[in-house]
Design a protein around this ligand. Structure first.
Ligand code: ATP
Ligand code: MG
Length: 147
């Protein structure tokens, strides 16, 4: 389910979009990001960028960020993130809550929560506006559960 949600997002996001991924350790943020890359046409591996912070897929213009180790937004700015946030890249940012201050407004947040059932997740897509394409995306994801 998590991978399928990512794939749908990967097909629907457009250059310049930044998908903010929030959720506790191990909830499935990296799986979503992998799905996004696959949805954008990637067929190789999508390792977690925990140690590299930013991993680029120039062939598909996908930028995968993992802010887990970041303690200060400036660390991400020093990595040159602004260039990728401005487009034409599509970015997915794990632990977006840690760097929220430097993520441009107008982007969606996917929040993943644990439930008492270990293999279950509640996943929310918070859309940045009532723009038609966001509402449509929310509707499309509804088939995977609560949105
Ligand atoms: N919907 C789901 N139901 C059950 N297990 C899931 C689901 N989504 C992902 N997982 C599993 O949870 C584990 C952790 O996934 P993942 O690495 O994507 O989490 P993460 O949120 O990126 O973790 P981190 O906080 O360390 O970056 C993986 O083994 C993955 O297969
Ligand atoms: Mg991860």
């Amino acid at each position: 389910m998590t991978l399928e949600i990512g794939k749908t997002l990967g097909k629907r996001l457009i250059p310049g979009d930044i998908l903010c991924l929030e959720g506790e350790l191990g909830t499935g943020k990296s799986v979503i990001a992998r799905g996004v890359a696959i949805g954008m046409g990637w067929s190789g591996a999508v390792p977690s960028p925990s140690f590299t912070i930013i991993r680029l897929y120039p062939d598909i213009m996908f930028c995968h960020v993992d802010a887990f180790r970041i303690t200060d937004e400036n660390e991400l700015l020093e990595c040159g993130i602004e260039e990728f946030f401005e487009g034409p890249w599509i970015c997915a940012v794990e632990w977006a809550e840690k760097v929220r201050r430097i993520i441009p407004e107008g982007n969606p947040t996917l929040r993943i929560c644990y439930t008492p059932v270990e293999e279950d997740r509640i996943i929310y897509l918070e859309i940045p506006s009532s723009e038609e394409r966001w509402k449509r995306l929310q509707g499309e994801l509804a088939k995977y559960g609560r949105f």
